[in-house]
Design a protein around this ligand. Structure first.
Ligand code: HEM
Length: 514
């Protein structure tokens, strides 16, 4: 009897220790099943101690309300509400308690929510001006202690910068399943936080990212198998892993294509005001003096990149695995790409770095090049990365460049140069790999399947066309960019916040501007 009691007590204390350990595992623990998604679905509601934070988050969202929009951000009352409602509550102490508990999923939820408040606070004036005139203004350059101190504490606990992030705030920690037993797939997802209407284009924009990342477990699985097979020179396993990688990227690209229908091009520019950053330090006209975080880091001005899919890990994984990264030119745009890699959960940062080092060590690209079938599969995968970047460049032209002349993207990169430069690198790697591949008849005699040969032949054609089109396009953009610079000098504009556009701001999804 006594023995049974002791065993039960032991089992209970083991269970307790186990749950304490699992709570402290990083939210973005990487596995072959969840991939780059958090290891558990995001926490939707904050503990009651944070009711004032929850209330601000609920009331800030812009909703269409007949002709007039409602919500604190629509009426320009958000900043004052933060100052009045959070003052004297000493929520810092409650944040400390969560930091001490080391409950990583709860810490992540708090970081998400405080970063929504932070971005809304510093960017509210920018958005108000944009809605009025179609040009941006400067943002608030002092973040009150009630937001600044919790942000810094939470960021330190998670290994982040104290600003809105793609993974830990805006996208990958900002969804819930409608049916908890259903799949993590677009139709079964809803948004937790939104700047503008939970049911409109912002929802589509965020949840398409999540839907894509739901496929990242397959990518990770294939990448790991690919590296082991290259290291042990196991050709059949290597080819199987490249085939798996290809089908994972195909699923990701198919999901990405749904963006057009789920998030309208004319709407993006409206909620976009809230996802800008305060970087770069030199030349960000919205935050020429950065932002002072009251009570943090001797109140020195801070500069952080804004939220951007550039901080997603699926494409960096492919770039590193297929050794495309090694072909990037040494210039300031590649430094931007490297810098983006700092803005993600530490686990993902370390993981994609480790993929880069291990792929180089296992000589993935060289191993692929010594066999026709492997090289054909390698080409198909590089083509998937090209397809992603090409579609992405089309998004950027259609959702942003057509509608705003503001030259800095939300992540802080120069909008007309960064994405095309990376696309050009992929085109070059694709062209070189296609050249290294034997001609069609040689591939037939080497016994490659008909459908594989057809697929690589299509890649060869696309590689050629894509390169020519992009080069011609870049010449035009260079001219446009020069012209804009001269025009700005002529009218002595000291800070370029974009030129006025005719923009009618309606409800999300309901704005006829196009
Ligand atoms: C309407 C849709 C989208 C628009 C307008 C858009 C816009 C942009 C812009 C302007 C950049 C440049 C970096 C910066 O922010 O400074 C960027 C980078 C990036 N975005 Fe998006 N994005 C969209 C959808 C997506 C989606 C669905 C993903 C999927 C994960 C994604 C992933 C990326 C990646 C990986 C980069 C870096 C690209 C590279 O390394 O070449 N984006 N995005």
């Amino acid at each position: 009897m006594l023995k049974t009691h002791i065993n039960a007590a032991k089992a209970a204390s083991f269970k307790l220790a186990e749950s304490a350990i699992s709570k402290s595992l990083p939210a973005f623990t990487i596995t072959r099943s969840r991939g780059f998604l958090p290891r558990e679905d995001p926490v939707q509601k904050l503990p009651t101690a944070f009711a004032p934070v929850e209330s601000l988050l609920q009331r800030m969202t812009i909703h269409a309300d007949g002709k007039q929009n409602s919500g604190l951000l629509a009426t320009g009352q958000f900043g004052d509400a933060v100052k009045h409602e959070l003052k004297g509550l000493n929520l810092e102490q409650k944040v400390d308690e969560v930091v001490l508990s080391n409950d990583q999923m709860m810490l992540s939820a708090l970081f998400r929510d405080y970063s929504f408040l932070t971005s809304a606070y510093v960017l509210e004036p920018v958005d108000l001006e944009f809605r009025k005139s179609g040009t941006y203004s400067t943002g608030r350059n002092v973040l009150p202690r009630e937001l600044a101190v919790p942000m810094k504490k939470l960021a330190d606990a998670l290994g982040h910068f104290p600003f809105m992030e793609y993974a830990s705030s805006y996208a990958l920690q900002n969804w819930a399943r409608k049916d908890p037993a259903g799949k993590i797939a677009y139709d079964n997802l809803k948004l937790i936080r939104a700047f503008e209407d939970h049911e409109g284009s912002e929802k589509g924009f965020i949840l398409v990212h999540v839907d894509m990342v739901a496929n990242s477990g397959k990518l990770i699985s294939a990448a790991e198998d690919c590296i082991s097979a290259a290291a042990t020179k196991n050709r059949s396993e290597f080819n199987a892993a490249l085939t798996q990688l290809y089908s994972a990227y195909q699923a990701i690209n198919q999901s990405m294509e749904t963006m057009w229908g789920r998030s309208k091009p004319a709407d993006y520019i409206k909620f976009r005001s809230f996802i800008f950053g305060t970087a770069p330090k030199e030349g960000n006209p919205m935050f020429p003096q950065g932002v002072i975080y009251e009570g943090v880091d001797d109140e020195r001005p801070q500069y952080f990149r804004g939220e951007s899919g550039a901080n997603d890990s699926m494409i960096p994984l492919g770039d590193n695995l297929l050794e495309i990264t090694a072909s990037l030119p040494e210039n300031e745009l590649t430094s931007v790409l490297r810098d983006f890699r700092r803005y993600r959960p530490p686990t993902q940062r370390e993981y994609i770095e480790s993929i880069e080092a291990r792929a180089r060590l296992a000589k993935v690209k060289a191993f692929a090049s010594t066999d026709a079938k492997s090289l054909a599969l390698y080409v198909l995968n590089v083509d998937q990365i090209r397809e992603f970047r090409n579609r992405h460049w089309s998004f950027t032209k259609e959702y942003i460049i057509r509608r705003s002349s503001y030259g800095i993207a939300t992540g802080g990169s120069p909008i007309l140069r960064y994405l095309p430069s990376n696309l050009a690198t992929v085109n070059t790697v694709l062209e070189e790999s296609c050249k290294a591949l034997s001609g069609t008849s040689a591939l037939v005699s080497l016994g490659l399947s008909e459908c594989l040969i057809e697929a690589v032949d299509a890649c060869r054609k696309r590689a050629e066309v894509q390169k020519r089109v992009l080069e011609a396009e870049m010449e035009v953009w260079a001219l446009v960019s020069d012209q804009k610079k001269h025009e700005a000098e002529r009218v002595r504009v000291s800070a370029d916040l974009g030129e006025q556009k005719i923009m009618q701001r309606g409800w999300v999804g309901g704005d006829g501007v196009g």
